[in-house]
Design a protein around this ligand. Structure first.
Ligand code: IVH
Length: 548
């Protein structure tokens, strides 16, 4: 075997640097300076050299972003310094009260506090640990003290630097960078379009997209997801010579991290309000979701002086945006039946743009809500959309009710199976009691196969519906007896897909007890109750025989 000469070593070093630089231009600056083909050429050359001289592969090589083996579960990762949460305010008065507490705490009298005002990114908080300038570990926030080690997944995010400058490595041999992993709205839309095409479960919103992609056990899946990391701070305000939040953001930016362009220094509460309103107004034009502004005392000494109460710092606050409201016309009402038989009225709306998306459905929750709103079909309604996808109907504009508006009647039969529906004592919901109701079965099947349950890849809503319609499945357990031959006649079911689904079903048989309990869809038993029951009873038979 030949030894690499100086020339090769230099070429490789140069390639690593060039590729990471292009990553930065592409992901952080939105300003690629070479074509995809040229980029691929550089990358291929890097792989070629590394293949020839594997001893030259270093952890900061771009090739090391992918290729880690799937793991069985994530290991816990303790945060050296806890990742705190934020107190929240929603009005200027509440913010003023926060500002006063800060001024009192710092004994500033009438002097104004210097704040850094930042967008509150709607993604998943993570911590990245750099030792001697190398990215060595990354984790989720978890409960604030301990999160999950998701290093391999974070490495696949191309805009996370694998290596920092020499200068910084020397000055800060341990640097813990904190920030948010997000999925851009445009990328989220493209991803959902492609999931829809393959009949895979859709992601509810970009936040779930980011969280779901990061919590994949196979880094290859994460690698295929369009994620971005925004750095918003460092863990330790005591780090030598870093004296404030704003400078630490500038330092992170210089080290190649993506930082938010809208971060600004603002002095005093009135200017904070101006800035808040300005961004509130402009936020729908951003390509990522933000749900408020985070306002931080800039000076690190002041931060330390203010300290924290319980799990939130006294030096920062989240000022959340109000949900945006618009008017539209209620065109119809549909009654949908969920997996537990609950009948939910859904408003069918004239499509309208609100909260950054066009919506045509809104939830009306239950009959009480419907009665309280006193809705007629044809009414003009006020709807609002906060963060999540399904908006709410807030009120009716009575003056705009047309003469031919139609009163809405809550059904007394299930819209799916036509059996009488009843409202159990003390509940707000009407339920269909028929366990064989197709709509319920569909929901149960979908829940059974969902991520938190048996996690059967490829069993989307569309297939669930078909399986029930064709009477191949009358109970979720029937899934385990399906054969490729039975699946083939279904719409959109090619050989490979049928085989994949059967394989996925077979794989899912090796599940864990908490998931199996969750999958049953017992009313009130979600993922955490599933875990609790599993750790207390240890087996299905013990659980079955449990007394009240
Ligand atoms: S600072 C003590 N800055 O908000 C400081 N957090 O409740 C806490 N978040 O889940 C974090 N954008 O992920 C900070 N610019 C920003 C943020 C931000 C979003 C999230 C964070 C955490 C939550 C804190």
């Amino acid at each position: 075997m030949s030894k690499p000469d100086k020339k090769i070593i230099n070429e490789l070093d140069k390639l690593k640097e060039t590729i990471e630089n292009h990553n930065r231009l592409y992901y952080n600056e939105d300003a690629p300076s070479i074509s995809d083909a040229e980029y691929d050429k550089l990358y291929d050359r890097l792989l070629e050299i590394e293949k020839q001289f594997p001893e030259l592969i270093t952890p900061d090589s771009p090739s090391q972003r992918v290729g880690a083996a799937p793991s069985k579960k994530f290991e816990p990762a303790k945060h050296r310094i806890p990742m705190l949460s934020l107190q929240k305010v929603t009005t200027y008065e509440e913010f003023l009260a926060f500002d006063k507490r800060a001024r009192d705490g710092l004994e500033l009298g009438e002097d104004k506090v210097t704040y850094v005002v930042e967008p509150k990114l709607d993604g998943l908080a993570v911590e990245l640990i750099y030792r001697e300038g190398l990215f060595v570990e990354g984790s989720t926030r978890g409960d604030g003290s301990t999160g999950e080690n998701i290093t391999s997944n974070l490495k696949t995010i191309r805009n996370i630097p694998l290596k920092l400058s020499k200068e910084i490595s020397k000055k800060y041999p341990l640097l813990e960078v904190r920030g948010e992993v997000i999925m851009k709205r445009s990328a989220f839309k493209r991803l959902n379009d492609s999931l829809l095409e393959r009949d895979l479960p859709l992601l509810a919103n970009p936040r779930n997209g980011a969280a779901g992609s990061l919590r994949q056990l196979d880094p290859k899946v994460t690698s295929s997801r369009p994620l971005l990391f925004f750095a918003y701070g460092i863990s330790d305000p005591g780090l030598a010579s870093l004296i404030n939040q704003y400078d630490s953001i500038q330092l992170l930016k210089k080290e190649g991290f993506l930082t938010n362009k809208l971060i600004k220094i603002v002095v005093g509460p009135a200017k904070v309000e101006n800035r808040f309103l300005e961004i509130d107004h402009a936020r729908h034009d951003l390509d990522y979701d933000i749900d408020g502004m985070v306002i931080k005392v800039n000076d690190f000494n002041q931060q330390v002086e203010l300290g924290q109460i319980s799990r939130a710092p006294r030096w920062a606050v989240a000022w959340k945006f109000k949900a945006e409201q618009v008017e539209t016309i209620l065109e119809d009402i549909e009654f949908s039946v969920g997996r537990t038989g609950v009948v939910t009225p859904v408003a069918k709306l004239q499509p309208v743009f609100v909260g950054g998306a066009t919506v045509s459905n809104a939830t009306l929750h239950n009959q009480d809500e419907l009665a309280k709103l006193d809705l007629f079909i044809g009414d003009t309604v006020v709807i609002q959309r906060a963060g999540d996808v399904i908006p709410d109907v807030v009120s009716v504009v009575i003056e705009k009710r047309p003469p031919d508006a139609k009163k809405i009647k809550f059904p007394n039969h299930c819209p799916s199976c036509n059996m009488p529906i009843i409202r159990p004592e003390g509940e707000a919901a009407y339920r269909c009691q028929n366990l064989a109701c197709p709509a319920q079965l569909e929901g149960r099947l979908f829940h059974f196969a969902s991520k938190g349950g048996f996690d059967i890849d490829g069993l989307g809503e569309k297939f669930a519906r078909q399986l029930i319609k064709e009477e191949l499945v009358k109970d979720p357990a029937d899934l385990f007896y399906l054969t490729v031959e039975q699946l083939l006649p279904l719409e959109l079911m090619a050989d490979k897909r049928a085989q994949n689904l059967v394989d996925a079903i077979n794989r899912s048989k090796q599940t864990e007890l908490p998931r199996a309990i969750f999958a049953l869809g017992i009313i009130g038993v979600g993922e955490s109750a599933g875990k609790l029951l599993a750790s207390n009873f240890c087996s299905f038979s013990k659980l079955e025989n449990a007394t009240e």
